[in-house]
Design a protein around this ligand. Structure first.
Ligand SMILES: Cc1cc2nc3c(=O)[nH]c(=O)nc-3n(C[C@H](O)[C@H](O)[C@H](O)COP(=O)(O)OP(=O)(O)OC[C@H]3O[C@@H](n4cnc5c(N)ncnc54)[C@H](O)[C@@H]3O)c2cc1C
Ligand code: FES
Length: 337
């Protein structure tokens, strides 16, 4: 039996390996060219300590000096000893460069480019690289004319990779997608990247998103619909400025029928909006949704929206580890090819 293991490195890079039940996670990583930190290989030194985000494993044998009982109870384990018993998501306590992780590029072909509104584009590509729901890839346009990060809206394992992209007036990638992109164009994807991914479902979830920040949340919701959200309440508040940019709501409504305890609201903040709810996403939060701080909050969208949302929810006593966020910042110069 072989399992899929996602290795998340400290610099936000993720790589996927296969591991059998009979090999240690360190052996599986080395077999696939990833040199996770290792020294004694005997459960004695603690060099290979890692953290389990999700999944089950057999911890193997080791001494207390290498891994204390308290660390084991928190979710730490030793890669040289542990064997996977299910698919897993693991934090490796080192940067990818130190583990000789090579850049991973996928050539993908455009299947469709759709204008959902004047400011929103849906891009569909094939094939679909591996990623965790919520992560992004850097997309390079043909001839390297632009390279920009975009988050998947599709779920891992889907046939077609989809993205929801803001059409920025005068933007390099926006200009390509709006005026030139056609079926069959080949784009380079590198990644996946990012620590903004869906964690194991241990408490209620609150998604607070602005604009195209709804994209990675769609991926997370698709994942919850496909793999089960147990009975934890899942709440989404999705805001945009212009009514016309409130896209993908049909998809969210369809997800509502597939996720047992999922509710959502949409709100528009532009002047003269005719939408039933107006204002910012934080205007539509009841204290009960924050569950006395026992909730996982995921914020995504424009940097100012994410920052004000973060400050708002922090007042309700949430631990920083329960607040996950991604700021859709404009590309910095090194990206502006
Ligand atoms: C981790 C990450 C994930 C991202 N995922 C997505 C995603 O899934 N969907 C998505 O739409 N965007 C996403 N973004 C943002 C996206 O990469 C930018 O919108 C993109 O850089 C714009 O590219 P462009 O080439 O069209 O415009 P550029 O050529 O980069 O910009 C043209 C001009 O518009 C300004 N500008 C760029 N973006 C914005 C903006 N959002 N608001 C106001 N002014 C802007 C720039 O400063 C510049 O002056 C993500 C960003 C990050 C960091
Ligand atoms: S390498 Fe020493 S404990 Fe794993």
């Amino acid at each position: 039996m072989s399992y899929k293991i996602a290795l998340n490195f400290e610099d936000g890079i993720t790589r996927f390996i296969d591991a059998t039940e009979s090999e240690s996670i360190a052996d599986a990583a080395y077999r696939q060219g990833i040199n996770v930190p290792l020294d004694c290989t005997n459960g004695v030194c603690g060099t290979c300590k890692a953290f389990r985000q999700s999944g089950a494993f057999d911890a193997g044998s080791y001494i207390e000096d290498a891994l204390s009982d308290a660390e084991a109870a928190e979710g730490y384990f030793l890669c040289c000893q542990a064997k996977a018993k299910t698919d897993m998501v693991i934090d490796i306590l080192a940067c990818s460069g130190a583990c000789k992780v090579k850049p991973k590029e996928t050539m993908a072909e455009i299947l469709k480019v759709e204008a959902l509104s004047a400011h929103r584009i849906r891009l569909s590509l094939k094939p679909h690289p591996m990623f965790l729901p919520g992560q992004y890839v850097n997309v390079t346009a043909p001839n390297g004319t632009a390279k920009r990060p975009y988050s998947f809206t599709s779920t891992p394992g889907a046939d077609v990779a989809t993205f929801l992209i803001r059409n920025v007036p005068g933007g390099k990638m926006s200009g390509y997608l709006e005026a030139k992109a056609k079926t069959g164009d080949r784009l380079v994807l590198d990644g996946p990247f990012g620590s903004f991914y869906l964690r194991a479902l241990r408490r209620p979830i609150l998604f607070l998103v602005g604009g195209t920040g709804v994209g990675p949340i769609l991926s997370m919701l698709e994942y919850l619909a496909a793999w089960g959200a147990n009975d934890q309440p899942v709440r989404l508040v999705y805001g945009v400025r212009d009514d016309a940019d409130l896209v993908e709501v049909d998809r969210i409504e369809a997800l509502r029928t597939r996720i047992p305890n999922f509710t959502y609201d949409t709100t528009c903040s532009g002047r003269g909006s005719r939408h039933p709810l107006t204002g910012q996403v934080t205007d539509h939060l009841s204290a009960s949704v924050l569950n006395n701080g026992n909730v996982d909050v995921y914020l995504c969208g424009p940097p100012e929206m994410v920052e004000s949302g973060r400050q708002h929810v922090a007042k309700f006593g949430l631990l920083p580890t329960n607040i996950h966020f991604e700021k859709f910042a404009a590309a910095s110069e090194p990206f502006a090819i």
